[in-house]
Design a protein around this ligand. Structure first.
Ligand code: SF4
Length: 240
C-alpha cells in the first residue's frame, strides 16, 4: 500500500522545489555575469570570501572550507585568479609555511561588478511585504543553521550566532530583537545572513541564543541583559 504523505513532507517538497528554481536563476545569473567579467562562479566566490575576511587575507585551505569545495578546486581557482592579476599569494610574516591569498585593487573592482544581484530576483523580493520578508528570513536562518550543523556549509555570519545578538529583547514590539553592535532594535526582516560585523558567540552561549530566538523570551517579558553571560556591546554602524 502506498504510504500516505504527511502534511510536513508535502510542504517540504514545495519549499525544496521553490528553492531549486530560485537556485537555477542564481546559477544562470552567475554564469551570465561570468561571461561579462571573465570569472567563473567559483572564482567570484573566492574573491568574495577573501574580501570578507577580517584580516584581508585567507589561506588556501580556509578558502576551500568556506566555499565547501576541495582544496585542489580552491587552488585551481586561485591560480586562475593569480594569472588574471586579481589575487596575489605571499607568505605570512609570522609563519613562512602559511601562504596568504590577497585580493588586488583590480580584483576588488571585478568582485564588486560580479556581486550584483539580478534585477529579476530583486523585483521578485519586492513582491513580498515586510511581514512575509521577516518570515522568509527567519525560515532561511533556520535552514542555514541546520545545513551548518550537518557540515554542508561553513560558518555563516548571521545574527542567530552572533555575540552581539539579543533575541526578543523587546517582546511585543515590531522590532523584537536587538543588535548590541549598533545598539538598535531589529525586526525579523532586518536579521543578517552575511554581516561583516558578525562575531561568533561562544559555544556555551550559542544554544541559548538559538533557543530564545526560536521560542521567544519568557511569556511577554524581555530577556534581561543580565540573563546573558558577559557579551560585548558596541555602538557603531554596520557595513553593508
Ligand atoms: S553585528 Fe551583525 S550579525 Fe551581529 S547582531 Fe548585529 S547585525 Fe546581527
Amino acid at each position: 500500500m502506498k504510504k500516505a504523505r504527511t502534511k510536513a513532507s508535502v510542504g517540504g517538497d514545495a519549499v525544496a522545489t521553490g528553492l531549486a528554481k530560485i537556485g537555477l536563476v542564481l546559477r544562470h545569473q552567475a554564469w551570465q555575469a561570468g561571461e561579462t567579467s571573465g570569472l567563473t562562479p567559483t572564482q567570484s566566490q573566492v574573491l568574495a570570501v577573501v574580501l570578507a575576511s577580517p584580516e584581508g587575507w585567507l589561506g588556501v585551505s580556509e578558502v576551500a572550507r568556506q566555499l565547501a569545495v576541495t582544496q585542489p578546486t580552491a587552488s585551481d581557482a586561485i591560480t586562475a585568479l593569480e594569472r588574471k592579476k586579481l589575487v596575489v599569494r605571499d607568505r605570512a610574516g609570522h609563519d613562512a609555511r602559511v601562504v596568504r591569498v590577497r585580493v588586488t585593487t583590480e580584483g576588488r573592482r571585478r568582485s564588486r561588478e560580479s556581486a550584483q544581484w539580478p534585477d529579476a530576483l530583486l523585483k521578485a523580493i519586492d513582491e513580498l511585504d515586510p511581514v512575509e520578508r521577516g518570515v522568509f528570513v527567519k525560515g532561511l536562518t533556520k535552514m542555514i543553521r541546520s545545513l551548518q550543523e550537518s557540515g554542508r556549509i561553513s560558518t555563516v555570519r548571521m545574527c542567530a550566532t552572533c555575540t552581539y545578538f539579543r533575541p526578543h529583547q523587546h517582546p511585543g514590539a515590531q522590532a523584537p530583537h536587538h543588535c548590541a553592535y549598533v545598539d538598535a532594535p531589529l525586526r525579523d526582516a532586518d536579521l543578517r545572513l552575511d554581516c561583516q560585523e558578525h562575531e561568533l558567540a561562544g559555544e556555551d552561549v550559542r544554544p541559548k541564543l538559538w533557543q530564545v530566538f526560536i521560542k521567544g523570551g519568557p511569556s511577554g517579558e524581555a530577556v534581561s541583559p543580565g540573563a546573558w553571560p558577559a557579551m560585548p556591546t558596541k555602538s557603531r554602524g554596520i557595513r553593508s
